[in-house]
Design a protein around this ligand. Structure first.
Ligand code: AMP
Length: 420
């Protein structure tokens, strides 16, 4: 089948016109591969990295099939999409509304962290499609607000993240309530033995869709590593944000407190920044995302748990202020830039203790990061560990050339010999 155009994918007219209204000209590779199989009613096991257009990969055939099959009136929920994070759930719902704007299918979202009342009322309006995070879905099921016994299509999105976040038991309980005679699509950015196990329990003779090798990184992302001592990272971040005319950067820290500290530091240096992590209320997270999206804040500081829910166009730089604890998270983090074909830069700040994490990333992605040494806080000792082996204890002070030292921006604490 020629799958170069949406028209060739046998999607119904109302969906095709919605796609042209949202400005999609041609399907992405995951859409080309997944849509015909899903339209044929097959179960899917798909490996797709984030930012590849995988949402439309399952949403378009789902909308088409539900539209064509026309529910017996008042039939109730016919499709369920399970996602790990609240942000992702909201984005999927938004995409469904966009792609289904010319159809009469109803969608609803249930997610934790916000009052359940409006979600219960939305369920009473008998939606066809439900997007849900596992915890709140189970709560509402337990209270008798919904049943899954009419579900025809089940999607598990970002299944690897769902397992990482400890949702496996919840997912199993939910899937047990869905009729066995259904179509199931499982999407995951990485394919681990745990995902294969989940798939073998939940899918029937699935078609395997793999448009990019597991954990591969978009070639549009320039990946740099900057060797720096931990104590200099704050100044390095300020200097990069100020000196490179960066309009929209996403910064990752490993901990929530670390994220808050970075925000306080940037704000004290006159750089507008906000944090998004799981200690923040859902409303605060949405607000932070919206102001970042509108360009009102220059920097959003996030932790890994929320990284996948950040679908903001035009993020030119992802900065790993701290290297992620596992290499897969690196792939997810940097996938926030260079979305839908744009170019992006990913910078990773690496101190002596993090060199082994760097090696893990390079092994997983099978591509070495380019060392960017021409910055005022470059640490030669750390850089040399990359090739030399494990970090020695107290691995030394930065070795800076006189020329580089001259570039170091002055700031009042530095004058007094303190490190900011
Ligand atoms: P996703 O991987 O589903 O999160 O999609 C990443 C981004 O690509 C989203 O902003 C989508 O709106 C956009 N997108 C998805 N499919 C297409 C397409 N065929 N053409 C242009 N943009 C797309």
């Amino acid at each position: 089948m020629n799958t170069d155009f949406f028209e060739k994918l046998s999607l119904c007219k109302p969906i095709l016109s919605a796609l042209s209204q949202v400005g999609y000209q041609e399907p992405t590779p995951i859409q080309r591969a997944a849509i015909p199989l899903a339209l044929a009613g097959k179960d899917l096991l798909a490996t797709a990295q984030t930012g590849t257009g995988k949402t439309a990969g399952f949403a378009l055939p789902m909308l088409h099939l539900l539209h064509k099959r026309a529910a017996a009136s008042g039939k109730g929920l016919r499709a369920l999409i399970l996602t790990p994070t609240r942000e992702l759930a909201l984005q999927i719902d938004e995409s469904l509304k966009e792609y289904g704007r010319n159809l009469s299918l109803r969608t609803a979202v249930v997610l934790g962290g916000v009052p359940a009342g409006p979600q219960i009322r939305a369920l009473q309006r008998k939606p066809d499609i439900l997007v849900a995070t596992p915890g709140r879905l189970l709560d509402l099921m337990g209270q008798g607000h919904l049943r899954l016994n009419q579900i025809e299509i089940l999607v598990l999105d970002e299944a690897d993240r769902m397992l990482d976040m400890g949702f496996a038991p919840d997912v199993r309980r939910i899937v047990a309530e869905v009729p066995k005679d259904r179509q199931t699509m499982l999407f995951s950015a990485t394919m681990s033995p745990a995902i294969a196990q989940l798939a073998s329990n939940m899918l029937r003779n699935p078609s395997r869709v793999e448009v990019t090798p597991a954990a591969s990184v978009s070639s549009n992302i320039e990946q740099q590593v900057l060797f720096v001592n931990q104590k200099d990272k704050r100044d390095l971040l300020t200097s990069i944000l100020k000196n490179r005319g960066i309009q929209r950067a996403l910064v990752f820290t490993r901990t929530k407190h670390g994220a808050d500290r970075v925000v306080r530091h940037l704000s004290s240096r006159g750089i507008s920044a906000d944090a998004i992590h799981s200690n923040k209320s859902q409303n605060a997270r949405q607000r932070a995302l919206a102001t970042f999206d509108r360009g009102k804040t220059q920097v959003l500081v996030a932790t890994d748990i929320v990284s996948r829910g950040i679908d903001v166009d035009g993020i030119s730089h992802v900065i790993n202020y701290e290297m992620p604890g596992d290499p897969e998270s690196y792939v997810h983090r940097i996938g926030r830039t260079a979305r839908a074909g744009a170019a992006g830069i990913a910078m990773s700040f690496c101190d002596a203790q993090e060199v082994s994490l760097l090696r893990g990333i390079e092994k997983l992605t099978n591509s070495p990061l380019t060392a960017f040494n021409d910055h005022p806080y470059h640490c030669d000792v750390t850089a040399s560990l990359r090739t030399r082996g494990p970090a020695p204890r107290n691995s030394g002070r930065p070795v800076r050339s006189q020329k580089r030292r001259a570039f170091r921006p002055k700031h009042p604490m530095a004058k007094r010999g303190r490190v900011a």
